[in-house]
Design a protein around this ligand. Sequence first.
Ligand code: SAM
Ligand code: SF4
Length: 341
Amino acid sequence: MSLSNGKDFRSPPMIDPFGRMVSYLRVSVTDRCDFRCVYCMSEDMNFLPKQDLLTLEELDRLCSVFIDKGVKKLRITGGEPLVRRDIMKLFKSLSKRLDGPLEELTLTTNGSQLEKYAGELADCGVRRINVSLDTLDPAKFRAITRWGVLDKVLAGISAAQKAGIAIKINTVALKGVNDSEVEAMIGWAHERAMDITFIEVMPMGDIEPDRFDQYWPLSELRAQLQSRYTFDDIEYQTGGPARYVRVRETGGRIGFITPLTHNFCESCNRVRITCTGTLYMCLGQDDAADLRAPLRASSSNTLLSEAIDHAILRKPKGHDFSIERNSSSPSVSRHMSVTGG
Ligand code: SAM
Ligand code: SF4
């Protein structure tokens, strides 16, 4: 399969109305998943018909145009990206851009298929990945993910480390679920030389539980941790929204992603595309631009590039997530699995 094109094409950088340069693209390659995490999806999700999805060739062309417009970091996500058929073809093709302007090719995964793909990902130049893991207790893991098996994820993490890939663990802070376990998770991650980042649950998409019951503000989690650990503020940045500290007792790093308690929008450098080619300029807003039509309208990238430029001019200043008890609707109607994390 020959996927890449547009290598000679260069256009001005993407700068939004607030002077922020867009250099980070997250691409959701499928809305499907082999888990049904209770904060992410409802149990009986309706997924997009397969014929609505962009092909891998189209996704690659779209990514290439973004790279030519200044994207330096590309994160493949979903749904679960590793359940999309032939996904390694997309990684292989995108990895060629690592010889040029693309600085990082990475992914966010639930880890269920990682044992199978770790070697191939490393061969494609993937150096760091995020693995989502909210508990180390097998029964709790099953309850949170509804369908997942903890041992498979742990085996995937080991395989990725053996292949030389650095891992960051992403843990959603869930009140009454993993609040008693966060210290154990930090110890486990840091012993294995992995960073761990905690994330506040975001009000995206209808799910069965009340989000207010799930929501554990990271200000509270941080206070709990500081009764045991000493934090040193550090400048470390990965290009994402996490703010990091180093834990003096373990030597490892903890990240905090706090969309609710502390809005991180002022330094936002990201946009997201879905598996149907819809561009979201902000995770927490509904405004979007269709890129599938200009992509399919012509084999030249001119229309596509113009559509992206127009969309970037609409990138909003920030989101306005809020979580209230018995709220009748989430702040954003689409599920996190549509645009990926
Ligand atoms: N399936 C992959 C995974 O779980 O890593 C990639 C997609 S998943 C949507 C990306 C990240 O979003 C995961 O770390 C997940 O925990 C997080 N996430 C999903 N729904 C969320 C929500 N409502 N609030 C905060 N984080 C959420
Ligand atoms: Fe799937 Fe990731 Fe959502 Fe869990 S968080 S249901 S693994 S997409």
